[in-house]
Design a protein around this ligand. Structure first.
Ligand code: ADP
Ligand code: MG
Length: 394
């Protein structure tokens, strides 16, 4: 086991990552490029990161013996998702470096704690109430106009899972029972003008770097496309610099955050709210892999190892990312492979995550469309649309 006080971790030491999905896989690639070795901890045998890492511990997150093995194998641990039990992180934190801390993750992994924390920081959140009993449903103040709303389980939701839209108290009660009466938030369903994320990295020394804003569009609660580009009005850009980016920095500082973090923002008319904090690299930040010199996973490795961060250096300031979901494998009712060769010559970058089994709603890969110098941002968005069409129509 390594000393907790050790400042900078040098290659070829082992770094640990909890969770072996695509985010873990991109972390592993970034770490290995810098000369580190990686141990992935994920209970799934078929893990995209586990397949390429030097070592894969394939055990449940609460298996203490396996966690001891992880501690013995590496100098520092990070996580690819917020649904790792906070207890697991606390157990690791006793002996090795864990970044971000279990405390930061325990806040971001629970919607109730997260909203309390944001309010304490003076950061606006949308109208919501906590639902943790039938009584809390009966007590909802009709004046709040919380309906139509979205009931979200406080913990373990992702990609729109663990959410039910409800129009009234009767539907709310049924939805709460569907979730086995676990603690939830009921959020007013907002008429969103747009959604964006601010991805930030913070180092051991408190140095921060911020990526260009990623503008996101979702379908059925799952991210469909993200883009960077000068598509927005002057006043929105000014708000970004004046409000959203400083607020995102405040969140990171108040959490004593070390690592990469994304804050998802909602814009509604003139109002703006934080939707949620992702205590890890973010799907929208995948654009940084091809559009920037240093991507979000490079920063995750640098922050974890106690190194200085790098400025992102945006090389393609007009770029769009299209998520490839498992749905594409089922485009004619029967399962068939997508024809990725049809987009190969179109100047796009295809990333596949090595997942053997396509499922509806499962993230299988993404495509980056890099804007050329002479193209407008609208041109790049148009190209994204035709790429999607080609994949769906063949
Ligand atoms: P997840 O953890 O699955 O990402 P989110 O809370 O971010 O859950 O919800 C996923 C998406 O659903 C959001 O990005 C947004 O498009 C939509 N959504 C969530 N909450 C609201 C809301 N209160 N009003 C309108 N749309 C919402
Ligand atoms: Mg989200």
């Amino acid at each position: 086991m390594q000393s907790k006080l050790k400042k900078v971790i040098h290659p070829p030491e082992f770094l640990g990552i909890l969770g072996g999905g695509q985010l873990g896989r991109f972390f592993t690639i970034a770490a290995q490029k810098m000369g580190y070795s990686v141990v992935v901890f994920d209970p799934d045998k078929q893990s995209p990161a586990g397949e390429i890492a030097e070592k894969h511990i394939c055990k449940p997150y609460n298996d203490l013996k396996a966690l001891d093995e992880l501690k013995a194998s590496c100098s520092a641990v990070t996580t690819e998702f917020e649904n790792v039990p906070a207890e697991t992180l606390k157990y690791l934190e006793k002996d090795i470096i864990v970044r971000p801390s279990s405390k930061a993750i325990s806040i971001a992994q629970n919607r109730i704690k997260e909203k309390d924390f944001l309010k304490k920081c003076g950061i606006p959140v949308g109208p919501y109430v906590v639902i943790d009993s039938i009584e809390s449903i009966n007590n909802i103040d009709e004046k709040l106009s919380i309906f139509p709303g979205i009931l979200k389980i406080a913990e373990f939701g992702y990609d729109g899972k663990g959410q039910i839209h409800v129009k009234n108290k009767t539907e709310l009660e049924a939805a709460f029972k569907t979730f086995n009466s676990v603690p939830c938030t009921l959020e007013q369903k907002l008429n969103l003008d747009c959604e964006f994320s601010v991805v930030l990295a913070r180092s051991v020394d408190g140095e921060e770097i911020v990526y260009p804003t990623f503008w996101n569009s979702h379908k059925s609660g799952i991210l469909e496309t993200s883009s960077i580009g000068p598509l927005r009005t002057e006043s929105l850009i000014a708000s970004l610099n004046r409000r959203f980016i400083p607020s995102t920095r405040t969140i990171a500082r108040e959490l004593n955050y070390i690592g990469v973090m994304a804050v998802e923002w909602f814009l509604v008319n003139d109002g703006y709210w934080v939707n949620e904090i992702a205590p890890r690299p973010h799907n929208s930040g995948h654009l940084s892999i091809d559009a920037c010199v240093y991507n979000q996973f490079d920063q995750q490795v640098l922050a974890l190892t106690g190194n200085d961060l790098k400025q992102p250096e945006v090389e393609f300031p007009k770029s769009v990312m299209l998520n490839i979901l498992g749905d594409l494998w089922f485009r004619d009712g029967a399962q068939k492979e997508p024809k990725f060769e049809m987009i190969a010559g179109l100047g796009v970058k295809l990333h596949l995550y090595g997942k053997a089994e396509p499922r509806i709603g499962r993230k299988m890969g993404h495509v980056t469309i890099l804007g050329l110098r002479e193209e407008s941002h609208e041109d790049v968005l148009d190209r994204c649309e035709s790429i999607s069409k080609i994949l769906w129509e063949n």
